[in-house]
Design a protein around this ligand. Structure first.
Ligand code: ADP
Length: 348
């Protein structure tokens, strides 16, 4: 199964129309991420007082946690226009130059997947972010001339799932960097309640909790599950999502009580069954289950790490005792050494 087809994938699926009605408009619509919210509120108040555009901001963290939503909220709160683009769509330096020259004072340029910008494009972005200037070369050969164009003061909001892939100089040009974490169950329940209200879905508190438990701390997944459970409630029950309806619908979708799906379980089982619980490199795991290792790292692994089912060691990933217990597999006599577990970012 590719990530695109995965119900609990936190990536935006192709053709998926993000439900615009659900998108938070103001900072007060954002649930959870308390520290990020508070810091943003201070930045917004200060920028508004000074009547200046807000500083460049970088959001990083797993997909579906609200990076794009926060960019829209900031634009709304600042009363600014927002232009949306993504690293892979800006192929040449000229593409970015064209975007920059169309910006107006105070505009926000949202660059999703900013770690995927090419080197030449980044070179244009540095002076644009730092000095609000665009350096262009006019003419060719010995007659070529460097010309510096002034740009209006604008704000770049970058989003990335992979901070480590961002070039140092680019990272440094952001006045603020915020890491988004998985949401706790209370915040998830609030997000589901809000979405159910906006979508006019009847849901009981037990139904909300059941979806909150299985949505991997990720709002995008919560909303997707809510819509699927609603379908079930409308066709197999009386339309209201009770606890029992939610359990039945989610079980039918093969999402277990902790939110793991078939792919998560395959990752864990493969490490246990083929590699004695690890350590094993990410690319080997990827090859064994026919998944791209970058996708495993961005989408699947963060939640398994968060649950404490997977751990990083200097020699690769290992499956922990908790995962054996969850999967109902007996823990071997010689489990992977706990002392090997490292907090270092993965090397492979
Ligand atoms: P990302 O850019 O990190 O992949 P998005 O901003 O696209 O994530 O969020 C996915 C969806 O989840 C949004 O459409 C929004 O409706 C919802 N969402 C995300 N974060 C929150 C939040 N903190 N509160 C309420 N809804 C949220």
């Amino acid at each position: 199964m590719t990530d695109e087809n995965r119900l609990i994938s936190s990536n935006k699926r192709q053709n998926e129309r993000e439900n615009i009605a659900l998108r938070p408009q103001r900072l007060s619509d954002i649930t959870g991420q308390d520290k990020v919210r508070e810091n943003l509120q201070i930045m917004l108040d200060a920028a508004r007082n000074r009547k200046e555009p807000i500083s460049h901001i970088l959001f990083y963290g797993p997909p579906g946690l609200g990076k794009t939503s926060l960019a829209f909220v900031i634009a709304n709160e600042m009363g600014a226009n927002i232009r949306i683009t993504a690293g892979p769509s800006i192929e040449r330096a000229g593409d970015l130059a064209a975007i920059l020259t169309h910006l107006k004072q105070g505009d926000i340029l949202f660059i999703d997947e900013i770690h995927r910008l090419g080197r030449a494009v980044e070179e244009i972005l540095y002076p644009a972010m730092e000095d609000f200037a665009l350096d262009i070369v006019i003419g060719k050969g010995p007659a070529a001339k460097n010309v510096r164009l002034n740009l209006p003061r604008f704000t770049v909001i970058g989003a990335t799932t992979r901070l480590s892939l961002l070039a140092g100089p680019l990272r440094d040009r952001f006045g603020a960097r915020f890491r988004l974490d998985f949401y706790d169950q209370k915040a998830m329940a609030q997000i589901i309640t809000r979405a159910a209200g906006l979508l006019k879905i009847g849901i009981e508190p037990e139904g909300t909790l059941e979806i909150a438990r299985r949505a991997r701390g990720t709002p995008r997944i919560a909303i997707r599950l809510l819509e699927r459970v609603r379908d079930y409630a409308q066709t197999r029950a009386d339309g209201v999502i009770t606890g029992e309806v939610a359990i039945k619908a989610l079980d039918l979708l093969d999402i277990d009580p902790l939110g793991l799906d078939d792919v998560d379980r395959r990752i864990l089982r493969t490490i246990i069954e083929k590699f004695n619980g690890g350590p094993v490199g990410l690319s080997t795991i990827g090859a064994s289950i026919s998944e791209d290792s970058a996708t495993i790292m961005d989408v699947y692994e963060p939640f398994l790490l968060q649950l404490g089912f997977l751990a990083r060691t200097n020699r690769g990933r290992i499956v922990t005792r908790h995962a054996y217990t969850h999967l109902g597999i007996p823990i071997p006599d010689t489990p992977p050494q706990d002392e090997e577990i490292s907090d270092q970012p993965p090397l492979f």
